[in-house]
Design a protein around this ligand. Structure first.
Ligand code: PMP
Length: 365
């Protein structure tokens, strides 16, 4: 942050940085949306103006992520955490098994909820290796009569990410993509369901995006509460009850910004370049900085690292704070440092961090 640029170097893990252009547009439109004399927050979710915003956000998401027609796109509430519960509630029956691949705290939370409804099985876990990696595809053994296989595509706390997804054959594959959704092109047709809280790559908190294949949806349990059924939301175009209207509007604007960037291929390229700036400093530091994730499992979204010793690490975080960097403390459960470099974090912000890390090492080595 400087006098000429009041924006922080924001590396928050979520909610996290949003594109400045989107914030400025929202600011301009805040009190009088499209000449209506009202804010988007002040109008009915059943009115024509909001409905157009809502439908445009869905069609932008479909187009940008190349979502096939046999999938529904839903905007739900309750965060990714509610999905941990809704998935087994909808798709797991008593006596039926579902496979969970354990790559961190978020997989553990998803697994715990599934136990309430059926028999989740951990078919792979990297816990013994302090979740430094995701399992290799060869290690995975999927049972053909499982209700589904659940993975976490990017592990926000440990800084690991799947670069290739398991092939589960006929068994539906479900991915929690909360921290890397739309950070790169993905073949959505490999998944029966993808879900993500919006608050990292897609917009403010309050909206959860669910992408779900129609034939999978048709298999959902019927004897569960109305609001917790995916079919309820699919049948009402995610307007069963009052949706988070401002969040959906912002999500639509972030998607438009992503289109303006050149789409997901371009965004993926930018994300690689940004992460490389920081990983290169770690790799060239001769052990002054050490990455938490094994190289083959490194995340392009959350870069986790330690500084040579504990005192220096405290000093690093304190000097970084004074220099205008925000959000560099590791998750409270693991400590250390973490730089979250989501889609909307500018290249210059990542360059500022890599320069700061080099200068800090030079000064303190
Ligand atoms: N899954 C992952 C991978 C996450 O990073 C998070 C939040 N950081 C969650 C799930 C939980 O999301 P929410 O807070 O939206 O419930």
């Amino acid at each position: 942050m400087s006098q000429s640029n009041p924006r922080a170097y924001n590396f928050n893990a979520g909610p996290s940085a949003l594109p400045l252009e989107v914030l400025e547009k929202a600011q301009q439109e805040l009190v009088n949306f499209q000449g209506s004399g009202m804010s988007i927050m002040e109008m009915s979710h059943r009115g024509a103006i909001f409905e157009a915003v809502h439908n445009e956000a869905i069609s932008r998401l479909r187009k940008l992520y190349a979502i096939p027609d046999n999938y529904e796109v839903l905007f739900l509430q309750g965060g990714a955490s509610l999905q941990f519960t809704m998935i087994p509630m909808n798709f797991l029956q008593v006596g039926k098994k579902a496979s969970y691949i354990m790559t961190g705290v978020w997989s553990e939370k998803a697994y715990k909820e599934a136990k309430l409804f059926g028999e989740p099985v951990q078919i792979a876990s990297t816990k013994e290796n302090k979740y430094r990696n995701v399992p290799s595809l060869e290690e995975l053994d999927v049972y053909s009569d499982d209700a589904y296989v659940h993975i976490t595509s990017n592990n926000t706390i440990y800084g690991t990410q799947w670069s290739e997804f398991p092939d589960t054959g006929e068994v539906p594959l479900i991915a929690d993509m909360s921290s890397d959704i739309m950070s790169k092109p993905v073949d959505v047709s490999k998944f029966a369901m993808v879900y993500a809280g919006a608050q990292k790559n897609l917009g403010p908190s309050g909206v959860t995006v669910v992408i779900i294949r129609k034939d999978f949806l048709a298999m959902a349990n019927k004897d569960i509460p109305t609001i917790l059924k995916y079919t309820t939301h699919a049948e009402s175009n995610s307007l069963y009850n009052t949706p988070p209207t401002f969040g959906i509007y912002m999500l639509g604007e972030v998607l438009k910004w992503m289109e303006d960037q050149g789409g997901l291929t371009e965004i993926a390229k930018q994300n690689e370049e940004k992460a490389k700036l920081i990983y290169d400093v770690i790799d060239n530091s001769h052990g002054f900085y050490t990455g938490h994730a094994s190289k083959g499992s490194r995340s392009l979204m959350n870069i986790t690292f330690r500084v040579a010793d504990e005192e220096l690490e405290k000093q690093f975080l304190s000097e970084a704070k004074d220099a205008g960097f925000v959000g560099l403390n590791g998750h409270r459960s693991v400590g250390g440092c973490r730089a979250s470099t989501y889609n909307s974090v500018p290249y210059d912000t990542c360059k500022a961090l890599s320069d700061f890390m080099i200068a800090f090492q030079t000064k303190h080595q």
